[in-house]
Ligand binder design. Sequence first.
Ligand code: PGA
Length: 247
Amino acid sequence: MIIAANWKAYVEDVERAKKLVAAAKRLARSGTHQIILAPPSVFLGLLASGNHSAVAFSAQDVSRTTGGAQTGENTAQAFVVAGATHAIIGHSERRAMGDTNAIVSEKLAHALAQGLTPILCIGERERDEESHYLSFVREEIETAFAPLSSKERQRIMLAYEPIWAIGKTASEAMRPDELVEMVLYIRKVLTQYLPGKAATNISILYGGSVEPENIRALAGESQVDGFLIGHASVEVHSFEALVKELA
Ligand code: PGA
C-alpha cells in the first residue's frame, strides 16, 4: 500500500516536521508500505536532503512556470533539486485557488519533464442524483491524460479525493462500497488512455478523512492502492496508528 501524507500547512515548525519524518522512517523500516511525505515546500529541502531512506518526499504543488521572473513560485526542477521524487498536482485546495484543468495539465507536464511522479488529484465537489459527478471526474482525467504520451500516462498516480469528504471525520468519509464503484469507474475511464494491463497498473489512492478508524475498512474492500492523508497524518501518534492499522 502507498501511504502519502499531505501535511498541507498544518506543520509550521521544523522540530515537529523532523519528528514526523523520524516516525515515517521507523515505520518504513519495519513495514512493507511505501510512505511518501509532502511537507510544506519551505521544509522540503531540509528534510529530504541526503535522504537514503525508504521514505519518499513530494511537493504539494508545482509552479506552472519553468522559472525566471516569477516571485513566490517553486518550480518542478527546484523541487527535484531539493529532494522530491513526487508532486501532488491539482489538489482541490489548489483548484479552489484557481487551478483549472488547463493549469493542472501544464503543471503535470512540468512535473513529468523533471522526472517527478505526479500524484494527480481528482474528485467531485458534491454528489447529485443524476450522476453528473461522474462526468466531472471523467473530464478531470481526460484533460490531464489526453495531451500526454503513453509512457507519461503510465507514470501518473491518481488520488481520488471527493471534495465533500475532505477535512471531516472518519464517519463522514466515503464508505468502502461507494469507493469500490468509483475505483472501477476511474479504471474504466483510464482504459481509454491506457490499453489493457497498463490501466490496471496505475495506482489509485483515496483521500478524504482517512483516519485510523476507517483506513482498514477502506483498504480491505475498495481496491485502492493506497491513501492520500491530510489531517490524520500530521500528528505522530495518529500517523503511526494509520500505518499500523494497515499492517
Ligand atoms: P484530509 O485531507 O485527510 O484532512 O481529509 C486529505 C487531502 O486533502 O489530501
